[in-house]
Design a protein around this ligand. Structure first.
Ligand SMILES: CCC[C@@H]1OCC(CO)=C1C(=O)O
Length: 215
């Protein structure tokens, strides 16, 4: 994580520590990514229930056994896709942080970047659909919304300390409102336009909300 503040969330998925280049490990990682992407494409399009491991295997021209070597169950595939959905955000945070904005502008840019990812990234789209379908998935999925809420609350507390926040605005309440507004915006854009207009819709909503909380 780029931020010194340990409170910054987005737990990265558990990854094996590398002991240096290992061609066998690299090949396995590439195959795992191939399978995961194919699963994301099918989960995003059809949902968890109407996707089979056989269809994932066929999509990457592998046997079911080869897929099961990497992901023992369809539920494990779903967990991996949702984990990779959330793994996008620390990468985005590194990029946005490098732009050197103040805390409020960092929050603005993070959500702009999220809107672009929801429009363009099949793993982000699949993770969002699987989170909606979590009651159908018998596995321990990451708890939704909490990491974004914690990140935005951290940034808004810093914005408050920097005098960037309108007096009386509660950083935690504003963070919850931003997350709810973003979730609703991406959901409506998805249902009506398969998220084709999410960036423009979010810009409209963000403009209103950030104008309301800015000093
Ligand atoms: C940034 C708003 C929250 C975000 O929107 C869709 C979704 C999927 O569950 C989210 C999450 O779990 O963080």
């Amino acid at each position: 994580m780029p931020e010194p503040d340990q409170a910054t969330p987005f737990r990265a998925p558990s990854i094996a520590t590398r002991r240096g280049p290992d061609p066998k490990q690299d090949r396995a990682a590439r195959t795992r990514l191939l399978v995961l992407t194919a699963a994301a494409e099918l989960f995003a399009a059809r949902g968890f229930r109407h996707t089979s491991v056989k269809e994932v295997a066929d999509r990457v021209e592998m046997t079911k056994g080869a897929v099961y070597f990497h992901f023992p169950t369809k539920e494990a595939l779903a967990v991996a896709v949702v984990e990779q959905h959330y793994a996008r955000w620390p990468v985005l945070l590194t990029k946005v942080t490098a732009e050197g904005h103040g805390p409020l502008a960092t929050a603005v840019r993070m959500l702009e970047g999220a809107a672009i990812a929801f429009r363009d990234d099949i793993v982000v789209q699949a993770g969002a659909r699987l989170q909606i379908e979590r009651p159908q998935i018998d596995a321990e999925l990451p708890t939704p919304y909490v990491d974004w809420t914690r990140l935005l609350a951290t940034l808004l507390r810093r914005a408050e300390a920097a005098g960037e926040l309108h007096p009386g605005v509660c950083p935690q309440a504003a963070a919850r409102s931003l997350v709810a507004a973003f979730f609703g915006t991406q959901h409506i854009s998805d249902v009506l336009h398969e998220r084709a207009d999410i960036v423009e819709r979010w810009a409209e909503t963000a403009g209103l909300l950030f104008r309301a909380i800015r000093a």
